[in-house]
Design a binder for this molecule. Structure first.
Ligand code: RP5
Length: 205
């Protein structure tokens, strides 16, 4: 293969053949149909960073963090060969779960990647409301896990829940951010009650 897409495909296949130890490869792969999806997919980055995942930008030189993710743009319609290669090599490259986001009415990247990468779990993120049916509309026997439109943050939490079945430290991190959320509700609840609605609103302005 000669073009840049071909070079990426060749690279992934070569990495799949390397058989690197699990601790040195990304656990989570984030793919999106276009870089215009990035703002919506950023929630996944936010959640993963909160859970102390580092972004692995060089497959051969992993960051120090034990848990990592990688990200790529993979368009189902413009580069179906790239999508196929990503799904096909994902498990051998060490990924445990893929988060795939796409927008538009024909948001096929998540569902097609789920079929290609099966039995690796794929969590679909409909980038827009109109993409929901396309992402979740899979026939019986062709599973995908999906979140609501735009909820890439939740997709990352779900990905880490899956990883947590193998790694107790991730369960502890998930518990910690859940506790933070509970504490946040307790704080505003008390502030609302104790200051009263007018006082609470005044403080927020
Ligand atoms: C989809 O089409 C992408 O996932 C994106 O949401 C949408 C528009 O893509 P661009 O034209 O911005 O590249 O495939």
């Amino acid at each position: 293969m000669t073009d840049d897409i071909g070079a990426l495909i060749d690279e992934w296949h070569a990495q799949a053949d390397e058989d690197r130890p699990a601790a040195t490869t990304p656990e989570v792969g984030i793919i999106m149909g276009s870089d215009s999806d990035l703002d919506t997919m950023a929630g996944a980055y936010e959640a993963l960073k909160k859970l102390e995942f580092a972004e692995q930008t060089d497959y051969a030189n992993p960051p120090e963090a034990r848990f990592t993710f990688e990200s790529y743009v993979v368009s189902a319609h413009r580069t179906p060969d790239l999508m196929y290669a990503y799904g096909e090599t994902a498990a051998a490259r060490g990924l445990d779960v893929i988060i795939a986001g796409a927008g538009g009415k024909s948001a096929d990247l998540p569902n097609m990647t789920a079929s290609i990468a099966y039995p690796l779990p794929v969590i679909g993120v409909p980038v827009q409301e109109k993409s929901v049916d396309s992402v979740i509309g899979m026939p019986t026997g062709a599973p995908i896990v999906a979140v609501d439109a735009g909820k890439s943050y939740n997709a990352a939490l779900s990905a880490v829940q899956i990883l947590g079945r193998e790694h107790d430290e991730l369960v502890a991190r998930l518990d910690a951010i859940h506790d933070d959320r509970r504490a946040g509700v307790a704080e505003v609840s008390r502030a609302l009650h104790d200051r009263g609605i007018d006082g609470f609103r005044d403080r927020q302005e």
